[in-house]
Design a protein around this ligand. Structure first.
Ligand code: SAM
Length: 458
């Protein structure tokens, strides 16, 4: 499908004939493939396995690949050892470089499928909390699955309108808005985006972005950092959205410390008032089209932190016997708090357990911390999320190392032979990476890999 005529005309007018043409040609070229490695699950061996071709220069864990592997058939992908993430969008980590992200409470307001959420989760660490919100319930489930696989145990997934999170006034240290947009930057990777584009969509997206940014600003504490991004090129949705926000909030915004990018990377820097802006054009940088901007809420902005009144009590604390059994399964039980939501047991890092409770009592939280499993006769039947969890106690149950073919059978939910397994519950691993659990009873093996995560590809 050709690029929309209105788009071509506009970029040639805005960028000039030569540069506009270069951009349009780049949008018809083959897109690069890139991943971001999980810092706690991947090492250099992963680079050889994936066929890494070089670093994404603005990203700590980002790598370009020589070719696109069949990720679905790679056990390491299912273990959450890396996330397949477009290179330019990985720059959000660098733009937040000057903010205190370790231990921070970060709101990712438009989060599915979770590329940036998993990046923020790695930045926040066990003392921090990422609240990953997605308005679309179906997409929120995909987000929750990706959060489970990433396994940092410091994310709460909500599915609500931005306004419900705006009601957590001045509660977040960082708010990230990766806004729904007209997707011009995706014209290369996603041909359907070309067909969906129109001038009307641009206007509709701009109005929606204004509404989302208003809520984001409410949720941000004085001194906190706002990160705004889109994957589109037009001013209305990028600089324009920031100009309109500044009109609404007056002098409440201030500059955030941002390290200048290396000129060799080809990023186009700019500013809108106190916002520092980075533009990624595919004819200048190796990645898709992307726009990102960062500023702080001034310390003088005022406004006390407020949360909505609790409507119910969703989480019941675990009793002593349950805590003793659950403690066996995690490497640092003293750092964690345990509780139940319905019949599922969860663990949360102590530093943010109270914050998660506050959220769960007010909002639809569909996943948080780490799902540990369910109790049967006082013993835990572990959830797959516990296998993915970076804080799992590897000594809790025996590990069964699977060859590549057996790992794929396991991930498809097919029967696997009893041979590498010990009697009882086993952690199923491939190249040392945890994939899930299975239970051996004599010669029989119960594959406990969840239905929702199974490989369906032939
Ligand atoms: N941050 C995600 C990532 O890195 O994987 C990508 C987010 S995508 C660009 C924008 C998301 O905003 C979509 O998942 C979409 O469902 C959601 N969205 C759509 N309308 C929205 C609205 N009115 N308010 C908030 N989010 C909305």
């Amino acid at each position: 499908m050709p690029l929309p005529a209105g788009f071509v005309e506009r970029v040639r007018h805005e960028l000039g004939q030569a540069e506009g043409r270069a951009l349009c040609e780049a949008l018809d070229a083959v897109p690069p493939v890139s991943v971001r490695l999980h810092p706690a699950k991947s090492d250099e061996r992963m680079l050889g396995r994936l066929g890494a071709a070089g670093r994404v220069p603005w990203s700590e864990q980002g790598w370009y690949l020589e070719a696109r592997p069949q990720f679905t058939l790679d056990a390491a992908f299912h273990a959450g050892a890396y996330y397949v993430q477009e290179a330019a969008s990985q720059a959000v980590g660098r733009l937040l470089g000057g903010a205190q992200t370790r231990g921070a409470r970060i709101l990712d307001l438009c989060a599915a499928p979770g590329g940036k959420t998993t990046l923020y989760a790695s930045l926040a660490g066990p003392e921090g909390l990422v609240v990953a919100n997605e308005i679309d319930r179906r997409r929120a489930q995909v987000l929750a699955d990706n959060v489970r696989k990433w396994g940092t145990g410091n994310v709460a997934v909500t599915t609500c309108e931005p306004r419900a999170l705006g009601d957590f006034e001045a509660w977040f240290d960082v708010v990230a808005v990766d806004a729904p947009c007209s997707g011009e930057g995706m014209f290369r990777k996603d041909q359907a985006a070309r067909g969906e584009w129109s001038e009307g969509i641009v206007r509709l997206c701009a109005a929606r972005q204004d509404a989302i940014l208003t809520e984001a600003w409410r949720a941000l504490r004085p001194g906190g950092t706002l990160l705004y991004s889109t994957c589109t090129f037009n001013r209305d949705e990028d600089e324009g959205a920031l100009e309109r926000l500044l009109e609404r909030i007056g002098d409440e915004a201030a500059e955030a410390p941002v390290e200048a990018p290396d000129p060799a990377w080809g990023i186009v820097e700019g500013c809108v008032g106190p916002f520092r802006t980075w533009r990624f054009y595919p004819h200048r940088t190796v990645g898709e089209g992307f726009f990102a901007a960062v500023a702080r809420k001034s310390f003088d902005a005022g406004g006390r932190s407020r949360t909505p009144r609790a409507r119910r009590q969703v989480i019941a604390p675990a009793d002593r016997a349950a805590t003793a059994e659950l403690s066996r399964w995690v490497a640092e039980p003293e750092q964690m708090r345990f509780g139940a939501a319905g019949d599922t047991l969860y663990g949360w890092y102590a530093a943010q357990a109270e914050a998660v409770r506050t959220l769960a009592d007010t909002l639809p939280v569909i996943y948080s911390g780490v799902a540990l499993g369910q109790f049967f006769k006082g013993r835990l039947k572990p959830d797959a999320a516990l296998a993915f969890f970076t804080g799992l106690n590897r000594g809790a149950v025996p590990s069964a190392e699977l060859d590549d073919q057996t790992a794929l059978r396991y991930l498809r939910g097919q029967p696997v032979g009893p041979e590498p397994l010990a009697e009882g519950i086993n952690l199923m691993c491939a190249s040392g990476l945890a994939l899930g659990f299975a239970k051996r009873i004599g010669r029989r093996v119960n594959n406990l890999y969840p239905d929702s995560l199974r490989i369906r590809m032939k």
